[in-house]
Design a protein around this ligand. Structure first.
Ligand SMILES: [Zn+2]
Length: 285
């Protein structure tokens, strides 16, 4: 099994929004910010090649279809995801599965592409099954008022029309080495991806725990639509991560990509920061 991280681009998010009710006096010690109080976030995707021949892409970043509508987020260093995959020897046709943690714009923009501005969007990975949480899909079709502006129908409707959308209604094994688990809170039916690497379990935590700084259970983003649920779901993920020494991948942290977790006096903390090198695990820093 080979697990590779792909930084699909960066954007700026308001620090107050990222850390919700946590005062700046506390969060400023854990995450850098600029003079407008904005935090630089990455949009980290993961390419997983399994021993059984699956080529799995986890999340796709913002893509480039809605950059004008989203200019407030000041995107930078956006990559062409297809070219990034090609540089790793993977063509768009070779991708067997696309797992979308959820359907907010920063996670699924490259699920579909336009061949030109006048064309309609088509699935970017024509042979792939696209995996989405069922309740997340329902929320995408009939969004809560707080999330409506984070969803763009053209990012997923062409996938549904192609017959390649597979909705996940319960925790599911994609194959022997990769499983999908449902988490609520940030948004309904988010998927976290558990990868059973020979060196240990690696977890794509999605926006359940977007930053290493969000490891503290009460540090819930103001973007989370059901914050009390977020708290309990995060604790569920962290408890297992501590007990099983799992490696968490933080999808938005521009400075810390992965770490293990420790629990001290009932507080969760980042333990060892991990570097994935050439898809191999782990190199403890
Ligand atoms: Zn996000």
């Amino acid at each position: 099994m080979k697990i590779e991280l792909i930084e699909s681009g960066y954007f700026l998010a308001d620090g107050g929004a990222m850390f919700g009710a946590i005062p700046k006096a506390a969060w400023k010690r854990r995450y850098p910010y600029n003079d407008e109080n904005q935090c630089r976030l990455t949009m980290r995707c993961v390419l997983v090649r399994t021993g059984c021949g699956r080529v799995i892409l986890i999340d796709t970043g913002a893509g480039n279809k809605q950059l004008k509508a989203l200019s407030y987020y000041k995107f930078s260093e956006l990559i062409d995801l297809e070219e990034a995959l090609l540089s790793k020897g993977v063509t768009a046709d070779m991708v067997t599965d696309v797992v979308l943690s959820h359907l907010h714009f920063d996670h699924c923009g490259y699920a579909t592409v336009k061949d030109s501005p006048s064309h309609s969007a088509r699935p970017a990975f024509p042979n792939a099954t696209y995996w989405v949480g069922e309740t997340q899909w329902n929320n995408f079709i009939h969004p809560t008022p707080l999330e409506a502006d984070a969803y763009f129908p053209e990012n997923l409707l062409p996938v549904e029309e192609s017959g390649k959308l597979s909705l996940v209604s319960e925790d599911t094994d994609l194959c022997q080495e990769v499983s999908l688990r449902l988490y609520n809170g940030h948004t309904p039916g988010q998927l976290a991806v558990y990868m059973n690497h020979p060196s240990g379990t690696v977890v794509f935590a999605g926006d359940v725990i977007p930053l290493a700084a969000s490891v503290s259970a009460e540090w819930i983003s103001a973007y989370d639509t059901y914050p009390v649920t977020s708290y309990h779901e995060k604790v569920r993920m962290l408890e297992e991560a501590v007990l099983q020494n799992q490696i968490l991948i933080y999808c938005h942290d521009a400075y810390t990509a992965c770490s293990t977790i420790k629990k001290i006096n009932n507080f969760y903390k980042v333990d060892k920061k991990i570097a994935l090198q050439d898809g191999e695990l782990p190199q403890c820093q």
